[in-house]
Design a protein around this ligand. Structure first.
Ligand code: ZN
Length: 210
């Protein structure tokens, strides 16, 4: 796992931010071969009529889940807005790197603008950039916060992810419905109690302290 590549620092009117994941592309034929081997190891016949297309489908599914388009965002000058900007309940889905099983849930992403603002829907794109990877929820949360901190230079940024992990609900403890909550805060959202409380209240996490 590597972080997406560097991004230009926006200075002009509207500026483009571009970030390309630098991780290796999925080798689909090799993945198909590996899935056929896995089926055999599981005691199944990969040539059986209902399994014949399974390696292709599984490899395709993983390729789709792990590959996304490059991130291209436009930022705009901030014309004096100094309150919290927050997008809540953004759907999130990723793959747990320990079990290769999905985890799904919602993210709440907020920032206190500095000199630049970002389209609200674009926060979901930043999330998606990092979610299309083998992940742990803690790292995903941190990566989104770090990316916004580095590229948008806000006065504060906060990310909360609440997710259910299939590796926890379908196997192991079988804690169906249990949600894991992670948060990452930078700048004023970390340092200033009032800003932090406002962020957690708006993201539905009233009373929570990180
Ligand atoms: Zn897992």
């Amino acid at each position: 796992m590597t972080a997406p590549g560097p991004v230009l620092a926006p200075t002009t009117e509207s500026a483009r931010l571009r970030s390309v994941p630098s991780r290796a592309a999925v080798d689909v034929p090799a993945a198909e071969h590996a899935v056929a081997l896995l089926l055999r190891a599981l005691g199944k016949d990969p040539a059986a009529v209902h399994l014949a297309e399974t390696p292709r489908r599984v490899a395709g599914a993983f390729a789709e889940l792990l590959t996304g388009p490059p991130l291209e965002l436009t930022t705009f000058p901030n014309e004096g807005y100094d309150e919290l900007v927050i997008a809540t309940d953004i759907p999130v889905q990723s793959l747990c790197e320990h079990h290769l099983l999905p985890f799904t849930g919602v993210a709440h992403i907020g920032y206190l603008p500095g000199d630049r603002i970002l389209g609200l829907s674009k926060l979901a794109r930043v999330l998606d950039l990092f979610a299309r990877d083998l992940q742990v929820q803690e790292r995903l949360t941190q990566q989104v916060a770090d990316w916004l901190e580095t590229n948008l230079a806000p006065r504060g940024v906060g990310v909360v992810i609440e997710a259910e992990h299939l590796c926890m609900s379908l196997r192991g403890v079988r804690a169906r419905g249990a949600r894991t909550t992670t948060s990452a805060l930078h700048g004023l959202l970390r340092e200033d109690a009032r800003s932090r409380q406002e962020f957690f209240a708006l993201s539905g996490m009233r009373g929570r302290t990180p």
